[in-house]
Design a protein around this ligand. Structure first.
Ligand SMILES: NC(=O)c1ccc[n+]([C@@H]2O[C@H](COP(=O)([O-])OP(=O)(O)OC[C@H]3O[C@@H](n4cnc5c(N)ncnc54)[C@H](O)[C@@H]3O)[C@@H](O)[C@H]2O)c1
Ligand SMILES: N[C@@H](CCC=O)C(=O)O
Length: 513
């Protein structure tokens, strides 16, 4: 049994740290396997090979996979449909027992799995181990919900002549499109949400992180009957082929730009289908005059720069009342400058590089824009091979500036000063996104005002461990409002798995006596 690490942890047990380091060293030294597709229980190697390099050491190849020909999507969906016939009839207990075996496998292999994640993404050991353990907890949480709710089979009001049952039943085959930043836990969450409900899946990893998502897909595929979990590697073309097929539902986690295109797409027959899309955010921390500024600065810096700002929940904007702005800014800058930037192999590292050149180039442009239109208080590109930045903090941008409105997905924090707490809430809400938000205030009336008015699905009050980040399965739910989510219910929470099922009312007339 491995000690539990979550996204608020600040230290690891020594043995786990040592096991992670040795696994990461070994992975970097070895030639990585070429990841295969999993179709109907068989491994297949159709398509040319693409490679991925360690963001910390751009010369080191850490993964490779076959990019599927588009036709393989049709085969994968066919196999998933065949497997669906039996999987939907498996009892809730059978489904949950098989899934829980996968959770045990994940828990018994934390060091190796987190090293794979770290090598592909540049995640620190705490973030990588936390993500692997989150995946195991997701499985436990969703299976518990399914069991406690008796498979969502509800007896309705009975009458002398009829019995009626209101049941939730699976849709069929779900396409699962995973992002690069939490390629293990979020692929797990979407797949297990679909599977526990009785659907089968065709999963496509991000082509930035094929190995991490393949690792969990293989564990699930091996624990479940052949064809229940299918995996097809590739880029946007494979994602588009899944969306353009007659698949019965889609679970997507990624950017709002792509997610809303997928929500708008219908099947080739013109039919709608469920699209559970969880997307980006432009998450604010609101700071009032009576706030504990040390706690606020800690929570903000942790959430803004953890995983180099590449979390959907990252704190991207501070909105602070002018009265305490100078004091807060100097604390944020001091804490940001004290963060250790480096390789996850070093225990002290808080923040690594960003994943690739595309995000690196975006940050270079944003830094130029910030210097032209506002003031860069701290942060710059570092002179190292790859895409390394020190934490960037920017102030004095005009109200409504694009850098305060659009998700950059980077270690980049803006600070906006306002006159009153109400102004702070108005500014916090003045974005098209509504994922996470935090408040720091010693005044209960302000906290109540924040809770009443803030437009976000995940909110935190006076949380020094993370102003906007760190949701955990069964502890927080994770629902995006506005452009951040399409389903009105989020992963990790109480109402998520119902999204993978549709309702049927079954009335059975009693024989006349
Ligand atoms: N709300 C959440 O729970 C959550 C969690 C993690 C990440 N995110 C968001 O994800 C984004 C970062 O991830 P990303 O860069 O991998 O996202 P992305 O949108 O670029 O890609 C997500 C997935 O969609 C695929 N894809 C790309 N174009 C497609 C298309 N046209 N049709 C179908 N599939 C397509 C990708 O290959 C990948 O598998 C950020 O915006 C972040 O905020 C949201
Ligand atoms: N669950 C993570 C965010 C995942 C998105 O990228 C958190 O709450 O910080």
């Amino acid at each position: 049994m491995t000690a539990k690490v979550d996204y608020t942890s600040t230290a690891l047990p020594d043995d786990l740290g040592a096991a992670f380091e040795s696994a990461l060293r070994r992975l970097r030294a070895e030639k990585p396997p070429v990841e295969e597709h999993i179709i109907g229980g068989a491994r297949r190697s159709d398509g040319i090979v693409f490679e991925r390099f360690d963001p910390c050491h751009p010369g080191v190849r850490v993964s490779a996979a076959h990019a599927a020909p588009v036709a393989l999507v049709t085969t994968a969906i066919e196999q998933a449909r065949i497997a669906y016939r039996a999987w939907r009839r498996a009892t809730v207990e059978e489904r949950c027992n098989s899934l829980l075996k996968a959770a045990d496998r994940i828990n018994s292999d934390v060091a190796e799995l987190s090293a794979i994640l770290s090598a592909e993404t540049g995640k620190t050991r705490l973030e990588a181990i936390g993500e692997v353990q989150e995946a195991a907890d997701i499985i436990k949480h969703y299976t518990r919900l399914m069991t406690e709710n008796d498979g969502y089979n509800h007896t309705m009001k009975q009458s002398p002549t009829e019995d009626t049952y209101d049941v939730l039943v699976p849709y069929g085959v779900f396409g699962v499109l995973a992002p690069f930043n939490f390629p293990f836990a979020l692929a797990t969450g979407m797949m297990v949400g679909a599977l526990v409900a009785g659907n089968t899946v065709v999963c496509k990893p991000s082509d930035k992180t094929p190995r991490s998502t393949a690792a969990v897909a293989a564990i699930l595929a091996d624990a479940l009957p052949a064809g229940v979990v299918n995996l097809v590697h590739g880029g946007a073309d494979i994602g588009r082929a899944i969306v353009g097929s007659d698949i019965d539902g889609i679970a997507f986690t990624g950017s709002a730009e792509i997610g809303w295109q997928i929500v708008a797409a219908t099947t080739p027959k013109g039919l709608p289908r469920p699209v559970l899309a969880e997307m980006g955010g432009q998450n604010p921390a609101v700071v009032g005059a009576s706030a504990d500024l040390d706690a606020a600065a800690s929570g903000i810096v942790r959430s803004a720069f953890g995983l180099s700002g590449q979390k959907c929940s990252a704190c991207r904007r501070v909105v602070v009342v002018r009265e305490v702005a100078d004091k807060l800014i100097s604390k944020i800058v001091e804490k940001a400058e004290a963060l250790t930037i480096g390789d996850p192999i070093d225990e002290a590292t808080f923040m690594g590089p960003v994943i690739d050149d595309s995000i690196g180039a975006r940050i270079d442009e944003a830094l130029k824009l910030a210097a032209a239109d506002g003031q860069v208080l701290t942060g710059e590109r570092l002179d190292r091979e790859g895409n390394w930045f020190s934490p960037i903090v920017v102030s004095n941008l005009p109200v409504g500036h694009t850098l305060t409105r659009d998700e950059l997905f980077a270690p980049f924090l803006t600070i906006t000063e306002v006159d009153t707490f109400q102004d702070a809430l108005d500014e916090a809400n003045d974005v098209p996104y509504g994922l996470s938000a935090g408040v720091f205030s010693g005044d209960q009336a302000e906290v109540d005002q924040f809770v009443d008015q803030i437009e976000a699905g995940v909110i935190y009050i006076n949380r020094a461990a993370g102003a906007t980040t760190g949701a955990w399965p069964g502890v927080q739910s994770f629902c995006g409002w506005k452009r951040s989510g399409s389903a009105g219910k989020g992963g990790l929470g109480h109402w998520y798995i119902q999204g993978f099922m549709r309702e049927q009312s079954r009335t059975i007339a009693k024989p006349a006596s």
